[in-house]
Unconditional design. Structure first.
Length: 71
């Protein structure tokens, strides 16, 4: 879960945590007034999806089962 923090560099509202709840945590802060010192979570998530797609398929039975559940 994410939480609101104050950026140490610029002093503006920012977030800490997983990155999935940023909009909820900073809902009352206009985008122009938010910290821009680090990447947006959407960019980080997009990079991780590319890496996951490039990985080989799971070879264990449990890995295949997990992939089957995702379908």
């Amino acid at each position: 879960m994410c939480r609101r923090v104050t950026c140490r560099k610029c002093g503006k509202p920012s977030w800490a945590g997983c990155g999935a709840h940023v909009e909820h945590v900073l809902a009352d802060v206009p985008r122009a007034q938010r910290c821009k010192c680090h990447e947006a979570p959407a960019k980080v998530a997009a990079k991780s999806k590319v890496k996951a797609a490039a990985s080989p398929p799971p070879t264990t039975a449990f890995g295949r089962f997990k992939d089957w559940l995702k379908q």
